[in-house]
Design a binder for this molecule. Structure first.
Ligand code: PRX
Length: 626
């Protein structure tokens, strides 16, 4: 017997209507099955499709000559390039044919470790064309992190650049891939057979015969058409790794049809996109934002999407505004940390540019503080452009709570209302739903939505434990939120051991594990603290074995080891060397106390007398970094 859906009628009808706007090779037998008790969610059971037909082929009749992609290189002196929908279709087909020739097939995994160039987006779509699963690893992660993800995902191929331009630096991506493939073999057997290298920086690199190939050489012989493989609705589309409060990063598994339906629809609804709009999302494709709102969301809607290779401050802090003026950007979607870092350079910089093309501004990744919101609204949007503050997660696949541009009233720093088809609720500590409109609690989602992650790759038990055990029958987001008299949500931040640094999730346990690899460190505790630009910074308390060690050298070594194991984004901003960490009698480190110390909230430290070592609290306060 088939599983029955418990989805309420209004949600059922809404998603049916939305799904009917897409192109299917075969429509679904059942819209949605499974529930949050069993954690066996499926959408569009029985349907067959190919997402790239919806991103590309479907548009060819009307939009063949319309720009699909604008590529803005790191160096503004280098010419911008464009791909029309027709050209993008050809590029994707050729890349797909290259993958076929290299022996890849439906269900295989290909890892992308690249800079932001059109080949990255083309590569993802080429995989999707064939039912190959993509997993993108952000180029800022270390070779050891890359190794871990290659091992976990069982990727057969890595696609990389010789090097990637980032501001005035070149990141040696290919040599990092070499390290990831060769230096950590003792940790486990990798499945990688081939490395495909796209030339970008012309850096000198090593090529291993029989394993490494240049994209430019292979692509020459590839045919310009490749039929789209028919995949099942629940066939995997991609794996994307993200940090949680415990253990190693989780590979969240997203499947095809539900992701397509929700992401395409949320893009249209939130940004209120029109035919001639030019959409610029400044995220990296290595994060979920770049998957959903640089790649799939815009292309599903036939929109022009911008790929920006550089950083906001290179060659000057005017870069964002220059790009907006140059390409007549209508929609700018960026992170509060970028806004705060550009605000620092003064109001007169954006004033110098003609940004009258802008219609809508977006914010994503972390709570936007009111001050940054007002600056964004006044100096970038000239008080004409609505700001959509979009709340969502790697796990949710697409936007869940957000204003709709020009429709929902604006309230600074509020993500505002759930999108249609999505039902977030607030629960108290015991998991009871709070029915009063004005309330504060933990944010959960009550019913399945199409683009939710289906599992953690290779560990469904962990998926259940992480998201569905805290509150029975609900998806728990890990965020706290407030709801006001208009039913508008304001996200207050993570309530678990995850720090949000510049909009990037860092698990405290992951950083602690890296620090503890240092031979002179006995133990460590990592907490977040308020940071003017990054939103949150990383504060590490460490206890050395030999207290005589030079503290400055030790701190540098700790930063280096974190950079080596995880990557530069996880380097602690503050390190405090302490004799002992506050612990319960059962030996558990009391991070709550450390958080209060870091926040200078000493009045609320609470009773420390029951600790195993209450005396250390006083000592930590006295020696705290300012
Ligand atoms: O804490 C929330 C915060 O970012 C977390 C999700 O991080 P990640 O999976 O990396 O995805 C980021 C891009 C979608 C959430 O649990 N977050 C994201 N957007 C917002 C936000 N916090 C407040 N307001 C937002 N708009």
């Amino acid at each position: 017997m088939k599983n029955k859906s418990l989805l309420p009628d209004d949600l059922h009808n809404y998603w049916t209507e939305v799904a009917n706007t897409y192109q299917w090779k075969k429509k679904w037998d059942q819209l949605q099955t499974g529930d949050f008790e069993q954690v066996n969610i499926e959408w569009f059971q029985g349907a067959k499709l190919n997402i790239t037909e919806n991103c590309l082929d479907r548009h060819l009749e009307k939009r063949r000559n319309k720009k699909a992609v604008i590529f803005e290189p790191n160096n503004p002196q280098e010419a911008t390039s464009f791909l029309t929908y027709g050209e993008l279709h050809v590029s994707v087909c050729r890349f797909a044919n290259l993958l076929i020739k290299q022996g890849l097939k439906k269900g295989d995994v290909v890892c992308f470790y690249m800079g932001m160039t059109p080949e990255l987006l083309i590569g993802l779509l080429a995989c999707a064309r064939l039912g190959i699963v993509h997993t993108v690893v952000f180029g800022g992660f270390s070779s050891q992190s890359l190794h871990g993800r290659l091992l976990d995902s069982k990727a057969k191929m890595v696609v990389t650049h010789d090097g990637s331009f980032r501001g005035d630096k070149i990141v040696g991506l290919k040599s990092m891939v070499d390290e990831a493939l060769e230096n950590f073999q003792q940790i486990g057997e990798l499945a990688v057979e081939k490395v495909l290298v796209v030339k970008r920086t012309q850096s000198e690199i090593q090529m291993k015969p029989g394993r490494d190939y240049f994209y430019e050489t292979l692509i020459k012989d590839c045919d310009i058409y490749c039929p789209a493989t028919s995949v099942e609705a629940e066939d995997p589309l991609f794996i994307l790794y993200t940090s949680g409060s415990t253990g190693k990063p989780k590979g969240l598994l997203h499947t095809t049809a539900g992701y397509m339906v929700h992401v395409g629809n949320s893009f249209k609804e939130v940004f209120q996109i029109k035919e001639n709009d030019i959409f610029w999302c400044t995220a990296d494709i290595g994060w979920i934002t770049g998957h959903s709102y640089i790649t799939y969301g815009p292309l599903l809607n036939g929109t022009t999407t911008v790929i920006f290779e550089g950083i906001p401050t290179y060659p000057s802090p005017a870069r964002f505004w220059e790009v907006i003026e140059k390409h007549h950007i209508t929609h700018l979607y960026t992170a509060p940390t970028a806004i705060r870092s550009l605000e620092k350079f003064g109001n007169d910089i954006p004033e110098k540019f003609n940004m009258s093309s802008l219609k809508v501004l977006g914010s994503v990744g972390e709570p936007i503080n009111e001050e940054a919101w007002h600056w964004y609204h006044k100096y970038v949007g000239k008080q004409r452009c609505p700001i959509v503050d979009t709340w969502w997660q790697t796990e949710t696949g697409g936007i869940m709570i957000s204003a709709k541009a020009g429709i929902t009233k604006l309230k600074p720093a509020h993500a505002s209302l759930p999108l249609e088809g999505v039902l977030p609720i607030l629960v108290d500590e015991k998991g009871n739903e709070i029915h009063e409109t004005v309330a504060e609690g933990n944010l959960c989602i009550k019913w399945p939505w199409p683009s939710m992650a289906r599992s953690i790759f290779g560990d469904h038990e962990r998926f259940k434990q992480t998201y569905f055990q805290t509150y029975k029958g609900l998806y728990f987001t890990g965020d706290g939120a407030r709801r006001d008299h208009d039913s508008f949500f304001r996200i207050t931040g993570r309530v678990d051991d995850v720090i949000n640094v510049s909009g990037h999730r860092i698990g405290t346990a992951e950083v602690e594990d890296a620090i503890n690899e240092h031979p002179n460190i006995t133990e460590s505790a990592v907490v977040g603290f308020s940071h003017d630009i990054k939103g949150q910074g990383i504060y590490a308390f460490v206890t050395p074995m030999k207290s005589s060690a030079d503290h400055e050298i030790l701190k540098k070594e700790i930063r280096d080891i974190v950079q080596k194991i995880i990557g530069p984004i996880a380097k602690p901003d503050q390190i405090q060397i302490v004799k002992a960490l506050p612990k319960t009698r059962s030996g558990k480190i009391m991070r709550r106390i450390l958080r209060k110390i870091v926040e200078n909230d000493l009045a609320n430290i609470g009773d420390t007398s029951t600790l195993l070592n209450p005396e250390c609290v006083e000592q930590i306060i006295k020696t705290k970094n300012n």
